[in-house]
Design a protein around this ligand. Sequence first.
Ligand SMILES: *Cc1c(COP(=O)(O)O)cnc(C)c1O
Length: 232
Amino acid sequence: MSPVMTSEQTPQQRLAHVLADIARHAKRAERAPEDIALIAVSKTKPAEEILPILAAGHRLFGENRVQKAQEKWPALKQQYPNLKLCLIGPLQSNKTREAVRLFDRIDSIDRPKIARAVSRVMAEENRNIPVLIQVNTGAEPQKSGILPEHADAFIEECREDLNLNVIGLQCIPPLDDHAAPHFALLSQIARRNGLRELSMGMSADYPAGIAMGATMIRLGTALFGARAKPQS
Ligand SMILES: *Cc1c(COP(=O)(O)O)cnc(C)c1O
C-alpha cells in the first residue's frame, strides 16, 4: 500500500489510515467509499489485538479457519453482538456445522461438495446465512475455487438446487500475476449472473480491487501488521 505503515501506530491509527486510503482510491475510481466494505482479516491475531479495532467501531471481520475462529469469536460476539464474521478460507466438510453456527457469512464456497454440505446443514440448523462463491480465476491447481468456465453452472446449482443465498463472488489472484485482469474476470462473471458483491483485493492489491469494482476488500497485514507465520 502506498501510505507508510509503521509498527508504532496504534491499531486505531492503522484503521483510520486504511479507511482514509480506501476513500482516496474510491474517489479516484469515482466511487462512493461507503460502497466498499472493509473485511478486517484477523486470522492468527489474538483477541487482544482485535478488541482495539472493535473499540474503534469496526464490525466486519474475516477468519480463514473455523477452529481458530471458534477460540476467540464467541466471547467477542457476546461483547459486540452486532459484529459480523465472514469465513474467507476453505471450509472442510467436517467443520460445516460449526461454521454455519459461528459465521454470519461464508465467502469461500469453492466446490460442489462443500456447497451441498452447507446447504444441508443450514436447513438442519434452520439458519440461512448468505454466501459468496470463490472463483479460481487463475486456474491454479494448488488453489481452491470454481474454475471460471464452470462458474455459471455452479452458481445456478447453488441457487436453484441447493437454495443457497448467493450474493457474490470472491477471488485471490495468483501471487505473481497482475491482479486487475483477475478482478475484471470476476466482475464479468458476477455481472452476467446478476450478483452484486465482489470480494476482491487484499493488502497488496486492494487499490486495483477498488478500481475494478470491489464491494469488499479483505485486509490483514495492512490493518494488523505482518503475521508471524504465513497462512494460506
Ligand atoms: C489472509 C487472507 C487475506 C488478507 O491478506 P493480507 O495480505 O494480509 O491483507 C485476505 N483474503 C484471504 C482469503 C486470506 O486468507
